[in-house]
Ligand binder design. Structure first.
Ligand code: FAD
Length: 293
């Protein structure tokens, strides 16, 4: 089944994002999280993709193991960073050989971070939209792409972001997942802007239950995600008390998720940071831990 059909069939769809661990200890934590989240019956789980060959191999290995050893449907991320078209064809072939049929196609960021100047590989794609076309050409893959409720750091404005999303859908992307954000209006405005351009693919909001104040502030700074004063104040009031931060973070993510689902979002994509407790607590608060069809 195509992932976009599965997303449309589940009301709401839930999914989890992981990153490939670098050490044995981090790998153990990841697998413990996967096992704890598996009973929630997510539509899919995704594994991010970093720069460099070793990171790329880890993405393939973790994704393949999810396909083989769990009941979960994996999706591997793929970026254009430092890669020629023939490199990318090779990675896509590795994904296919590993049984991975679902790919989240993103451009990736330069080594200096999201605000550094992007330099494409001389023989590679400049924008994610070109990689969408390549993956669709190369086989029967379900393809998702990134979307940005708060403006992308290199983009002129929100209208430009919506036009890029519409181009990716025209190139064959079947669904989108958003960058994390904290204002539900930003998500609904993106959905409306895309729809006005005829782009009606499911746009799944990315939700990060905050467990670490410094970490979310750093990500927000790098990615241009807006942290509303209310969110910052609530987190700072308990900063230094990890359990209290998690509790507040879970509360914020639960309120956001509820507003999104009430407003018609097709599902929730949880950015787990390879942990399970906060995500489980949000899912429980939303009543999403019992079987969904
Ligand atoms: P693009 O769609 O190529 O857009 C990049 C910039 O170029 C934007 O400013 C856009 O407006 C502009 N643009 C695009 N197309 C055109 C065009 N045709 N003409 C003019 N301007 C254009 N990064 C990783 O390294 N690994 C990951 O696994 C990863 N996973 C992610 C998952 C999600 C859900 C999200 C939201 C992001 C993820 N990222 C990941 C980060 C992502 O790579 C960065 O946000 C990157 O800066 C943008 O990626 P993109 O696919 O949107 O790029």
């Amino acid at each position: 089944d195509r992932l976009s059909d599965l997303i449309a069939a589940k009301r709401p769809s839930i999914s989890f994002e992981f990153f490939p661990p670098k050490t044995d200890e981090a790998e153990a934590t990841l697998w413990q999280s996967i096992r704890r989240l598996e009973p929630l019956n997510p539509t899919f789980v995704s594994v991010t993709y970093g720069a460099g060959g070793s990171s790329r191999d880890r993405t393939t290995r973790v994704t393949q193991r999810i396909a083989q050893d769990t009941t979960l449907t994996p999706m591997a991320h793929l970026t254009c960073v430092g890669a020629s078209l023939s490199d990318l064809r090779g990675v896509i072939a590795d994904y296919a050989a590993a049984g991975v049929r679902n790919v989240l196609v993103v451009r990736g960021d330069p080594a200096g971070g999201p605000r550094a100047e992007w330099v494409q590989h001389p023989g590679g794609p400049r924008y994610a939209v070109e990689l969408v076309s390549l993956v669709r050409e190369l086989g029967n893959f379900s393809v998702g792409v990134a979307a940005f409720p708060d403006v992308h750091p290199a983009s002129s404005d929100l209208d430009a972001d919506a036009r890029v999303l519409a181009m990716k859908a025209e190139a064959g992307a079947q669904f989108a997942i958003t960058q994390m954000f904290f204002r539900p209006e930003a998500y609904f405005e993106l959905v409306d802007r895309a729809a006005a351009l005829g782009c009606t693919i499911p746009i799944i909001p990315g939700v990060m239950p905050v467990t670490n104040v410094k970490q979310v502030e750093r990500i927000a700074e790098l990615t241009g995600v807006s942290l509303p004063p209310g969110v910052v104040d609530r987190l700072h009031a308990v900063a230094g008390e990890p359990a209290a931060v998690r509790q507040v973070g879970v509360g914020i993510a639960t309120e956001l998720s509820r507003a999104l689902l009430d407003g018609g979002a097709p599902g929730l994509h949880f950015i787990t940071m390879n942990r399970s407790t906060a995500t489980l607590e949000v899912a429980e608060a939303l009543g999403l831990t019992t079987a969904r069809v």
